[in-house]
Design a protein around this ligand. Sequence first.
Ligand code: HAM
Length: 426
Amino acid sequence: MIKAVRGTRDLLPPDTALWNHVESIVRDVFRAYNFQEIRTPIFEKTELFARGVGEETDIVSKEMYTWDDRARAESEKGQSLTLRPENTAGVVRAYIEHQLWDRGLQKLYYIGPQFRRERPSKGRFRQFYQIGAEVIGPTNAGGESPARDAEILEMLATLLDRVGIKDWALLLNSVGCPADRARFNEALRKALEPVAPNMCADCQRRAVTNPMRVFDCKEPADQAIIATLPRISQFLDEGCKKHFEEVQAILSAVGVPFTLDDSLVRGLDYYTRTAFEFTQGTLGEQKAILGGGRYDGLSEALGGPAAPGIGFAIGEDRLVMSLAETADSVLRKPDAYIAPLGAGMNREAARLARELRRHDRVIELGDEAFKLKKSFEAASKLGARNVLPFGENEVNSGMITVKNQQTGEQVSVPRAELAAWLKPGR
Ligand code: HAM
């Protein structure tokens, strides 16, 4: 038997109803904040992620699904391609490619699969789904304003509340600008020199190539050393400090609680200034339900114009996992099951179903080959609220028998009033 690839999974009904429910709330929230959807390809040139996310990150150095795509014609070149491990680099590539700066500040969102070759565990998959957003634009369009950071964070608080996530916590930090980080990395390099030999192989390498990435280390034995290292908060310049203070002031003004965490540096190299994660207790080890931050230099790193931006991505798998809600509570069950009675009734039943579905009723259609008992059994398996035994009598009289499955009550309803009668919650 051929099974799904390790770290991937099928989403089946009724769970898919819960996913759709979450996505529809999320789209409503995005609409209220005037975000619009963008869809970028699920694979890109490998170089995009190497330059965008950073060669030294775990994502790029260990976790990408990359292959050599052979040329199919003389006119084509072979190239290295990669399944997207995240969507920010792709969105910024599209921003540059389509010169979106001409349209002012861009507020874009996406929902879709991402791919990372991580060790699968609870809440960690190799194909997972992100709901993300990016606000990006020229400085004179407000792309750099701390108001945008605060707006994104306030929107996330609203979004998590609306979806029904309980007990989320917002962890907030500033990772400064490139000059701050250069000084921070220098200090880290010095601090790491004497202790790195006692750390894991990854950290020994990071200590030389990109010391800040030491903070990504998950090795329990290394954590005591990491706790003694200098923090980025000691290296912020005046501009970054002011920006960060303004973000916090707006958050306090709108009543969004947050916790400062100066060990939060995020696992991607493009971040500048504001960096954040939202966590949720029930997720256990993988408790980051979402992460994001500002990336003021990313567009330029990818060959575009200056275009400061900020964004986030929610792990949709984790979001759904930490919902108290069950799929059953959001699944809309059929309003009626039509049971055609006798030869030739399938076509009459199909007409009735069409009428009712046009009024947005959820209708399940049986089969004239079924005995009435079998129809009732099928209806109850589906959780249909009503059964409509439908034979020649009903067709000729225009009066439809409706048997309520919860109360057992049976009534006769004029065909013209049937859709209204079947309205959920009537
Ligand atoms: P990230 O922190 O790498 O950021 O991923 C964001 C979220 O995706 C995580 O908090 C987690 O919930 C989810 N996630 C990541 N890896 C997995 C996995 N293997 N299985 C399940 N869920 C996972 C980014 O991807 C950035 N692009 C976010 C961003 C947008 N920053 C600015 N704009």
